[in-house]
Design a protein around this ligand. Structure first.
Ligand SMILES: Cc1cc2nc3c(=O)[nH]c(=O)nc-3n(C[C@H](O)[C@H](O)[C@H](O)COP(=O)(O)OP(=O)(O)OC[C@H]3O[C@@H](n4cnc5c(N)ncnc54)[C@H](O)[C@@H]3O)c2cc1C
Length: 440
């Protein structure tokens, strides 16, 4: 360990590792600390899809360069080696409890670009780690951030009884960030809900919808659960996720219910479950100003729930470049602008373009229309396929547009549904979620 690093990166996920890459590309010394024993091995649930390759996202038109085996972000001059398998996904099928379907993309043609890529996140993290293993970057696994002390020109990062000194810190410790908590940022954020997740890989899942992204809503006695099923990039396995906002729901038995006693059950007849994962996320409104006291927040650490991996990667890369710029400015005694450049980018590209309320609206459906029969009715009205997307922000806009055109029909057929909607529309999704979730 060095006596002093230029930058300490807390968290070696996609955002932290790309910050470290930007910093070591610029010749700076970096320590990456992570509480995991093996940084590339996942314990936390992730859908392991890269989205969206068919739309600009965080200012980038991401694509996979198959011949060169690279994940490419041409707009920020970044490419990341990736040697794992990839499966292109063109259709997103969303099912109501009674298996009425809303479909994004697909239909007759597959479209010029996939809506998401199924990939192996562990391989991606391994490739990122291999790329930054240089004499500039020291990686410290099994090292959990516990506190931070500011001493002159040094930020002392504490990890239990270990201390790391750096000129700057990048906080890339993901959702529920302890660094953000320690900096006192959470006091200005709006706490909305907790999201509880369990997931596993399954073999022998045979959906009639084929290799598409499958999501759905299922109502249990204690509230709704959200189901996600994504094909793995090779080998025929699927990634099966169950999410809920309700702390009183036992996710293990919810998974069994989905497999045995829901509209999805026929597709699970031959299924065998494998490797398991889990996650708990505290959902806050995002951090608006991501730099304070020589600490730069990036990736999920400053987001509302999550930026998706592509958003985390782009923001991590940009944060690393900003830190590199700031150190160079200091060395040359120049007026600082690199950090404010990142802050402006965060504000204009994330906060202003990706409204967290829109993001939460996807989860709002089961709370706005809180009965299975009503969700079936609404899905039934939207059987015509939507344009191809798996971008939650785009999907919400498409749904809202379609809904507006349907109001006269709903008014004549089901005024009760319109009343339900009107009663809940005065709430932002965040209010709705925080007010309707049942306590344990
Ligand atoms: C249920 C679910 C499904 C998802 N599906 C998808 C999907 O299909 N596609 C997609 O693009 N995104 C998906 N995401 C989101 C995606 O996982 C994240 O956006 C992405 O991983 C964020 O990257 P990050 O580097 O900011 O944080 P993380 O990936 O969370 O990395 C943070 C790192 O910090 C470390 N850390 C945390 N606390 C400490 C500490 N105190 N000390 C030291 N180290 C610490 C962690 O061990 C971890 O390695 C999903 C998320 C969830 C919860």
């Amino acid at each position: 360990m060095r006596e002093k690093y230029d930058v300490i990166v807390v968290g070696g996920g996609p955002a932290g590792l790309l910050s470290a890459k930007a910093l070591c590309d610029n010749g700076l010394t970096v320590a990456v600390i992570d509480r995991k024993t093996k940084l590339n091995i996942l314990g936390r649930t992730c859908g392991q899809s890269l989205l969206p390759p068919n739309e600009y996202f965080f200012g980038n038109l991401f694509h996979y360069n198959e011949a060169g085996q690279k994940l490419c972000f041409p707009d920020v001059g970044l490419s990341v080696p990736y040697t794992g398998a990839v499966k292109n996904l063109y259709t997103w099928n969303m099912f109501s409890p009674g298996m009425k379907k809303m479909q994004f993309g697909g239909g007759e043609s597959v479209g010029p670009a996939p809506i998401a890529l199924s990939y192996d996140k562990e391989v991606m993290l391994k490739c990122m780690l291999d790329e930054i293993k240089s004499d500039q970057v020291d990686i410290f696994p099994d090292t959990e951030f516990t506190d931070m002390v500011f001493q002159g020109d040094c930020v002392m990062v504490q990890a239990g009884d270990q201390s790391f000194c750096g000129s700057y810190v990048v906080a890339a410790d993901g959702t529920n960030s302890r660094v953000v908590e320690k900096l006192g940022y959470n006091t200005n954020r709006r706490r909305i809900a907790n999201l509880y997740v369990k997931s596993c890989f399954v073999k022998g899942f045979n959906p009639s919808a084929g290799d598409s992204i499958i999501t759905g809503i299922h109502f249990l006695e204690n509230g709704p659960v959200y189901v996600f099923l994504l094909p793995r990039p090779e080998g025929g396995d699927w990634n099966f996720l169950v999410l809920t906002f309700e702390p009183s729901i036992d996710l293990d038995s919810a998974m069994v219910t989905v497999m045995k006693d829901s509209g999805f059950a026929p597709w699970f007849k031959e299924a065998e479950t494998g490797r398991e994962f889990a996650a708990v996320e505290t959902i806050y409104s995002p951090v608006v100003k991501p730099f304070r006291n020589n600490v730069m927040i990036t990736g999920d650490a400053g987001s509302c729930q999550e930026l998706e991996c592509l958003g985390a990667m782009i923001s991590g890369w940009k944060a690393g470049l900003a830190m590199a710029g700031a150190l160079k400015e200091q060395q040359l005694s120049m007026a600082p602008r690199a950090i404010s450049g990142y802050e402006d980018w965060w504000l204009n590209t994330y906060i202003k373009q990706y409204d967290y309320q829109d993001y939460l609206s996807v989860f709002g459906i089961a709370y706005v229309f809180s009965k299975a029969e009503v969700v079936d009715y609404m899905f039934g009205l939207m059987a015509e396929p939507f344009p191809p997307t798996f971008n939650p922000y785009t999907a919400v806009k498409l749904l809202a547009q379609r809904m507006q055109g349907l109001f006269p029909k709903i008014m004549s057929e089901r005024p009760d549904v319109l009343q339900l909607l009107a009663g809940n529309m005065s709430f932002f999704p965040s209010d709705l979620l925080s007010q309707t979730i049942k306590s344990a």
